[in-house]
Ligand binder design. Sequence first.
Ligand code: BG6
Length: 488
Amino acid sequence: MIFGATGDLAKRKLFPSIYRLYERGRLEKFAVVGVARRSITNDEFQQSIKDSVESALGKKENLDEFVSHFYYQSHDASDSDSYVALKDFANQIDEQYQLEGNRIFYLAMAPEFFGPIALHLKSDGLTDVKGYKRLIIEKPFGHNLASAKELNNQIRTAFSEEEIYRIDHYLGKEMVRNIEVIRFANAIFEPLWNNRYISNIQITSSEVLGVEERGRYYENSGALRDMVQNHMLQMVALLAMEPPIKLTTDEIRSEKVRVFRALRMIEGDKVNEYFVRGQYAEGTINNELVPKYRDEPMVAPDSNTETFVAAKVKIDNFRWAGVPFYIRTGKRMAEKTTKIVVQFKDIPMNLYYQTDKMLNPNLLVIHIQPDEGITLHLNAKKAGGHLDAQEVKLSFANTGSDAMNTPEGYEKLLFDCMRGDATNFTHWDEVAYSWAFVDKISAVWQNTDTNFPNYPSGSMGPKEADELLEKDGFFWWPVTDLDVEVCK
Ligand code: BG6
């Protein structure tokens, strides 16, 4: 049951993903009830699904059969009668398709409805099923720790923690899921994965697009809440966690939670030392002049909302003491890319010089998007030379070997939920710790002046983001130089 079935997310991501699962034979007995306020007919709804699948995946032969599993219910989210009608309809569909009372509720709508809908699902009997009941809930999960707690209390009245699947779509990305395998399945990495051998880790998630039509939401969110609280900190946790004793949901999540517990809390005067914020000015992207953030629709002309964040994150535990994790994310940057660079320490004594400079440190680059792969930067002898060293790169590109088979993140997440595997969804404890961390930063930012806008569109952010690393003796590895090379 998808709440918000006429919305953007349903059209762009959910319907194509359900289709892909269907096409791969992963849906045997299924029906989808689309729920939204608008009053449209079943036929119109089914047509919108065909359109969404075709625009995402191209022409498909079996669409009529596929969309015959979809039904539409016009719904008023605050009215009990509406839920009672939905319940009767769902029971009828359940019988018709022999669904054995298994039910997934997907909340793909404005966050202010999350809590009230969950309460109604319980009080109006939709969660009274003899099979399983699960709730998938989109971000944002609250706006700060207090509102996240309130929301959590509301949904916990109807669903237990095991039944709640909080989406962080980065956890559906192929290469984000690969982090743990790269780390824990390779004897050459795990022994080096600590403060004795790693000097710093850099995570960049940059976007070229601006805030587009989402000004209203973004004004109250900013890059800190929109990207750092969830996606960026999730990647930090996966890079920093201890090996789980088993690959079960509970074990993996509890290792991640231990990382969140070890995050160094940055507050008060320290915020300026560890965090940099930015807001885009106008600039040129792909030869086009784009407006500054303050000129975007539904954005205040004197807005202090940050569209860029860079930070030094410290994890105070035995493995990571002394190793900075630098993160940066922003809109209207030079490139759309997500990359992780693990920089190893310099060898104790350099015997081999490249002709005109020092040896490069070893890097392990994990390419999350748009390229998917890993690159290991090593030093080796230059062919034919005396003992000159040069940098060589060993690359593996997912796109090179399996181009068409990398499933959409949402497809994987939906499939996980159907199988009852919550590993790649965020547990309440992770949400709570990450809000507690982020709230301390927003508290300072809310009360201090800014010099916005402070980076031109099409750049890699404000100069303070570079200085953040420079004062520790590092620099951001330029993302453009790190592209994965696909062997032809
Ligand atoms: C979303 C944010 O969670 O992630 C957006 O709300 C952002 O503002 C998006 O654009 C980035 O996701 P991706 O998968 O394109 O990196």
